[in-house]
Ligand binder design. Structure first.
Ligand SMILES: [Zn+2]
Length: 267
């Protein structure tokens, strides 16, 4: 499932390409992917343009010039493609601009919902702070962590704790911090909390810089998206040698979540 870096990568690349372009047509091939009657959706989108794209947690907010917002969550298996040649996979929603189209693909669990700005704010109000927000200081992070009795794995992917981290980056962050994902969040020593905080920043920033791990290009000729995939140190690397010590990476289910780590480097 796309996480913060994947959605941030989409946000940056799409912002350079679709803002202020008139939306000529909208194709809805799966009504369940939207939240209002098709006619209402078309009425709200056709003839308008996007004036800003924001990211909050794993969502993208496509701000329309009318003040309304299209709220995107890709969930499991969703992706986006921008270009003038349709991708092989069926698109549930297609937004047509004059010279190009934006395809929303694999929206089985995912969605593109139309909301007013106040509705969006209300819907996203329960999300925890953004991990990379400058306002999330180390002492504040420590305080949030201390209140948690769950394992690091469960805490890091909990969207009410921090928003935007999922299965992949929780493992990568724990590895970078040298901490076992099975550790109790509230039991970390001060130095360990600091390592976790630093690791969270370095891993997420690196992943954004390298385009996240989604392996399908966003547009023809896109060489950035997916660049982090080969840089993952532990995620989905069961049995492969640890990049630091050579010990085979362990896979374990932690509270029914897939978890990858090095038994030697992580304590
Ligand atoms: Zn190791």
């Amino acid at each position: 499932m796309p996480e913060l870096p994947e959605m941030e990568n989409y946000r940056q690349l799409l912002s350079q390409r679709i803002l202020h372009k008139r939306i000529d047509e909208v194709e809805i091939n799966r009504e369940k992917s939207i939240n209002v009657p098709v006619a209402d959706f078309l009425e709200a989108v056709r003839g308008h343009s996007f004036i800003a794209i924001e990211r909050r947690a794993k969502h993208l907010l496509f701000g329309l010039d009318s003040g309304n917002v299209l709220l995107l969550h890709l969930m499991l298996g969703g992706s986006v493609f921008y270009g003038d040649n349709p991708p092989d996979r069926t698109a549930q929603i297609v937004i047509h601009f004059r010279d190009s189209q934006l395809y929303f693909i694999g929206l089985r669990l995912g969605y593109l919902h139309l909301h007013s700005r106040p509705e969006v704010e209300r819907l996203l109000a329960k999300l925890g702070p953004e991990p990379l927000a400058p306002s999330l200081s180390l002492p504040q992070f420590h305080q949030l962590l201390r209140r948690r009795s769950t394992t690091l794995k469960v805490t890091l992917v909990d969207q009410s704790f921090l928003s935007g981290i999922g299965n992949c980056y929780s493992d990568e962050i724990c590895f970078m911090a040298g901490l076992l994902p099975t550790r109790r969040s509230g039991s970390l020593a001060e130095g360990e909390v600091e390592r976790l905080y630093q690791a969270m920043h370095s891993v997420l920033n690196e992943a954004v810089r390298y385009g996240g791990y989604m392996d399908t290009p966003l547009f023809p000729g896109d060489t950035l998206t997916g660049g982090f995939d080969e840089r993952c140190r532990v995620y989905d690397r069961e049995g492969e040698p640890c990049v630091q010590c050579g010990t085979p990476i362990t896979k374990q289910m932690v509270s029914s979540k897939k978890c990858f780590y090095c038994t030697h480097c992580q304590k």
